[in-house]
Each structure stands twice: as structure tokens, then as C-alpha cells.
Design a protein around this ligand. Structure first.
Ligand SMILES: [Mn+2]
Length: 389
């Protein structure tokens, strides 16, 4: 018998589906959150000894790491497969296999690693449909789908959240066992289109709820949300590029996620401060007391960030003539170019700081004053005042 303990996200369930394709009714698959895996492992070590254990897309705590190693040394059959940077130390064990990036420089996922593992040992026959499914999961999990505009990968994840894990497993198994290529059916295409509209509306609303706070040396955008964490982190990150990362608080689940679109930020380190982990661009942790204080208690009284208007015709960024910004404190900031430098006037008084580029000046305003681009009407008023003077 085999047993697979895997993550309860698309990548983790991808591993479960591969295990069932390979071992059929000879495998028991259990999906876990980061928190519940350790209990499962403990139960396994006490009750399940004659089974070949796989752990995918998750890692255990130190205590269980030690116990699993003893189990392996005593002849137990065990394989851990993961692609999280924070799990790399498992490679020191014969039973650990952790790869973040493959030889061609592609980011891996647990599903893609497990697929190769099963094929290389002759446990699974590769097919076009399975290979495509694995690649969709990998692209979604590594967020490569966005660069490639791979809508099919995005839809696969959306479908995963629309139906139960059992249903998802069943319908995928059926398809992968019989079809030559991987396709959604008409019904799925229709509900996926509806789901996309709904997600867009949700994200639009959340964009207006984001608050900003400097935590340690980084500027965080904090938002409360139960679902669509990856999409939210990405959209909010792009909308507010002056923020180093987005923290998404799931109060009900007492968990939080961190996402960044920037290469200079590693959110697995941010999560690490709160005993969590993950990837450079996406990480998470359980909301401990310190995290609750910093991200919930202290951000609760803050007003949300205001979005820059998108339809301005006069007050436009990066014109040499000048651009007006406003703040919650009703300060007016005016960015303009003088010689080769970019300067800022705060309520008509030139500030000492000068900037090499418009972007630097704007970043400064947004980070320090949470300023937003003024609407055309406010800009026109501002110019009228200037003319009067
Ligand atoms: Mn994964």
C-alpha cells in the first residue's frame, strides 16, 4: 500500500491525482493545510507502519523531521518531494527531494516533480493529456501562466475552487485516463466565464480597501480577504507598485498570505519572521500574536489608499509641466521638472529633496505621504489659484 500526504491547493491535489493514476486503489491520499500535516504524520508513524509514504508540496516540523528520519533509518519507506525554497534542507536526507528550479531554469511545482519521479521509476505511463495537465498546474503554481497569458492554467485553478476536491479529483482522473488532450467541457467553460466576472468585481472592491503600513523596513499593503489570494496579491501589487509586498489577512482562518511582484523583496523572509515560509514571491503563515498586532490591530484605524484616477486628461504623470497629488491630510504635492532634476512642492513650498526620475519622486510621495494623483477638477482648481496669485 501507498499513502500520500499532500497540500490542499491545486499543486498538492495535482500530486494526489497523479498518485491515483499510478497506484489506483493501492493508494490512500490525504490533503492537508500547512498546519494539519504534522498531526497526519504523527498518526502515520504510530499506526500505518507498513505503508510506503509520500509527502508532497509540504514540509513537516523539526520534531517530525527527526522522527521521519528515524523511521526511514529503521527501514521505513518514505519519499518527500517539494519545491519550496524553505524545504531545501531535506535534500540532506536520502528520502528528501527538493528542487526549486530545474536544469533548464524553469521553476518547478510539486506536481511536475512528482510526475517526473513516477515516470522515471516506471510507475506511470506518460500521456499527452497528463503532461498538459501537469504543465498547467506548474504554470499556475509558479505564476508563470501570467507571463505566458496562459488562460487555461488560470481556469484550471478557478475550477479547482468552484467544485469540491473530491469532485475535482474524480473529473480530472476520468479525463486524464481517457482523453488524448486536456480540455474543459462546455458546462465548465460557462461557469468559468461567470466566475471570472465575479472575481473581477471582488478584486475591484478589495482594491479600495487596501491600507498601507511600514513594517520593519518594508512598505506593506494590507487587505482583509478570505479568497482569491493569488489574484488579489498580484492585482494589488500592480496597482500599487510603490508597496514592497501585499499582506492578505484571512481573519476567520487565522492565516495570512504575502505576495510581491518585486524582485528585490523575498516574502518567504517576511513570513519567516512569523514562523511561516514559502517562496520569494508568495508565502504565508499562521497569524500569531505579533502578526495580529502589526497587521490587524495597528492597521485597523488607517484610511485605505486611494487609487490614481485612470481617466485624467490634464493631470497626467511625468509631464515637465507638473503633476498634482493629494493626501488624506489635504496636503497638495506638485511634482515638476527643473533642469534635469525632478522636484516637489509641498503646499507651494519647494522641498529640499530632489529626484533623478519622476518615478522616484512619485514613489517618495506614495511611500511617505500615501499621496494619490489628483483628479483633473482638483488640478484645474489648483492652476486657477496659481493664475490669481
Ligand atoms: Mn506547490
Amino acid at each position: 500500500m501507498y499513502k500520500l500526504l499532500s497540500h490542499n491547493d491545486l499543486d498538492g491535489v495535482g500530486c494526489g491525482i497523479l498518485a491515483k493514476l499510478a497506484f489506483h486503489d493501492q493508494v490512500i491520499v490525504r490533503y492537508n493545510s500547512v498546519g494539519s500535516l504534522n498531526r497526519e504524520v504523527e498518526w502515520f508513524l504510530e499506526n500505518d507502519k507498513d505503508t510506503h509514504l509520500f509527502i508532497t508540496d509540504l514540509s513537516v516540523n523539526e520534531e517530525n523531521e527527526k522522527r521521519l528520519n528515524e523511521y526511514y533509518q529503521a527501514g521505513g519507506r518514505l519519499q518527500l518531494i517539494d519545491h519550496h525554497k524553505t524545504a531545501l534542507h531535506y535534500n540532506e536526507y536520502d528520502w528528501g527531494y527538493v528542487v526549486v528550479e530545474d536544469e533548464e531554469g524553469n521553476l518547478t511545482s510539486a506536481t511536475s516533480l512528482f510526475y517526473e519521479y513516477l515516470i522515471s521509476r516506471g510507475l506511470l505511463q506518460p500521456t499527452g493529456a497528463i503532461a498538459e495537465f501537469v504543465e498547467l498546474v506548474r504554470q499556475y503554481d509558479t505564476w508563470e501562466w501570467e507571463q505566458n497569458d496562459n488562460q487555461k492554467a488560470k481556469k484550471l485553478n478557478a475550477l479547482f475552487f468552484l467544485i469540491s476536491i473530491d469532485e475535482f479529483e474524480e473529473t480530472m482522473l476520468e479525463r486524464l485516463e481517457s482523453d488524448e488532450s486536456f480540455q474543459f467541457n462546455d458546462f465548465e467553460e460557462r461557469i468559468l466565464a461567470m466566475e471570472e466576472d465575479k472575481t473581477e468585481r471582488y478584486i475591484r472592491r478589495k482594491r479600495r480597501e487596501l491600507v498601507q503600513k511600514k513594517i520593519d523596513d518594508l512598505y506593506a499593503g494590507v487587505v482583509f480577504a478570505e479568497s482569491y489570494h493569488s489574484e488579489l496579491g498580484n492585482e494589488l501589487g500592480k496597482e500599487y507598485p510603490h508597496l514592497d509586498y501585499i499582506a492578505i489577512m484571512n481573519i476567520g482562518g487565522r492565516r495570512m498570505g504575502f505576495r510581491t511582484i518585486h524582485d528585490h523583496v523575498d516574502v518567504s523572509q517576511v513570513a519567516g519572521r512569523f514562523d511561516g515560509g514559502g517562496h520569494a514571491k508568495a508565502a504565508g503563515c499562521v497569524m500569531n500574536e505579533l502578526a495580529f498586532k502589526l497587521f490587524v490591530k495597528e492597521t485597523f484605524p488607517l484610511p485605505p489608499l486611494r487609487e490614481d484616477p485612470k481617466r485624467n486628461r490634464f493631470n497626467i504623470k511625468e509631464t515637465t509641466f507638473g503633476t498634482l497629488y493629494q493626501t488624506h491630510d489635504e496636503d497638495q504635492f506638485f511634482i515638476y521638472q527643473a533642469d534635469k532634476e525632478w522636484c516637489i512642492k509641498r503646499n507651494d513650498k519647494k522641498m529640499d529633496k530632489v529626484f533623478a526620475s519622476y518615478q522616484d519622486a512619485e514613489m517618495y510621495l506614495k511611500r511617505h505621504y500615501q499621496a494619490w494623483l489628483a483628479r483633473d477638477e482638483a488640478f484645474v482648481e489648483y492652476l486657477k489659484e496659481k493664475v490669481k496669485e
